[in-house]
Design a protein around this ligand. Structure first.
Ligand SMILES: Nc1ncnc2c1ncn2[C@@H]1O[C@H](COP(=O)(O)OP(=O)(O)O)[C@@H](O)[C@H]1O
Ligand SMILES: [Mg+2]
Length: 285
């Protein structure tokens, strides 16, 4: 479900308190019993039920009776907590339109400390839904695998951007809360949507950036025409949560695949070719 600025504006302070309480209690409970929410917030039963009802209507909280009666945050609720914290810190002042949606993320434009892109990491959403169907599955690393995995993914992406900026042209990292990365909004278009005048020059710039990232200890690991943006003369590499270090056991293979993906695209689309071994040697040289 899309994150709704209207819903967030309408939240009552008690509802925000319940979201925070659920977040905290979900470290120890996959489903938080009503009694615990009451005890933790100090709200009466009718107040708690009313507030939980509103949060469920807004798609931020879910209620279930299996395996036991309880409440749980879902992605919109977690996204809301992250956004509220970025607003409180002064990073974000307004949420704009959705600008991208992938398998495991949703990207919004936002205003605040400049023109921003907010990337909401949603990892394990599908598996989370199947967890609801076959509840016997409980992961090793805690009660809420999707919270952990989504926050971790955002941390990884933010770490890569911080390491790469400003030596490699990537969105400038601005801030992070929970599963959300706030970064510079890139005005350009994705490479797969543009017809560059000088494709060979663009390909060179991408290989140059792959090499510079490698020297800084970062291999993208999901590079393709979809994760390159062209902003005027700038070639910007985006989408870094899955990056690996050159020490990783599969580093050589992953780097070669990144380079091959780029060469394949330029050869197929623009008939610009390069020798894969030479390109790879240049990147690692
Ligand atoms: N910093 C940004 N500025 C402008 N647009 C962005 C930015 N980051 C992502 N986007 C847009 O959102 C899309 C999805 O973002 P991306 O980081 O590639 O995530 P994923 O592909 O994993 O969903 C991108 O293809 C791009 O169109
Ligand atoms: Mg992408």
């Amino acid at each position: 479900m899309a994150i709704s600025a209207d819903h967030i504006r309408q939240l009552h302070p008690y509802e925000i308190r319940i979201l925070h309480t659920l977040e905290r209690l979900m470290r120890t409970h996959a489903w938080v019993p009503l009694e615990l929410i009451k005890k933790s917030t100090g709200f009466s039963e009718s107040e708690t039920l009313f507030r939980l009802g509103r949060l469920m209507e807004m798609g931020m909280v879910r209620y279930d009776v299996v395996p036991y009666e309880g409440y749980s945050l879902i992605f919109s609720g977690y996204d809301t907590l992250a956004l509220l914290s970025l607003v409180k810190k002064g990073t974000v002042s307004a949420l704009g339109p959705k600008i991208g949606e992938g398998k495991e993320s949703v990207v919004y434009e936002a205003a605040g400390l400049g023109s921003l892109a907010l990337k909401f990491h949603h990892v394990g959403q599908r598996s989370f839904q199947s967890v609801r169907i076959s509840r016997e599955y409980l992961p090793e690393e805690g009660h809420c695998p999707w919270v952990f995995a989504s926050r971790f993914s955002a941390e990884q992406e933010h770490a890569a951007l911080k390491r790469l900026h400003p030596r490699v042209r990537v969105p400038i990292p601005i801030d992070r809360s929970r599963n959300v990365v706030a970064m510079e909004f890139i005005q350009g278009v994705n490479l797969h949507r543009c017809r560059p005048e000088d494709p060979a020059g663009i390909m060179e710039a991408i290989l140059e950036a792959i090499g510079e990232a490698y020297r800084l200890g970062v291999i993208h690991a999901d590079l393709s025409e979809y994760n390159v943006m062209i902003d005027g003369n700038d070639v910007v590499l985006i989408d870094w949560p899955q990056w690996i270090s050159p020490d990783h056991p599969n580093a050589a293979q992953v780097l070669a695949r990144d380079v091959a993906q780029i060469l394949r695209y330029f050869s197929r689309k623009f008939r610009v070719t390069a020798n894969p071994e030479e390109a790879l040697a240049r990147v690692t040289g």
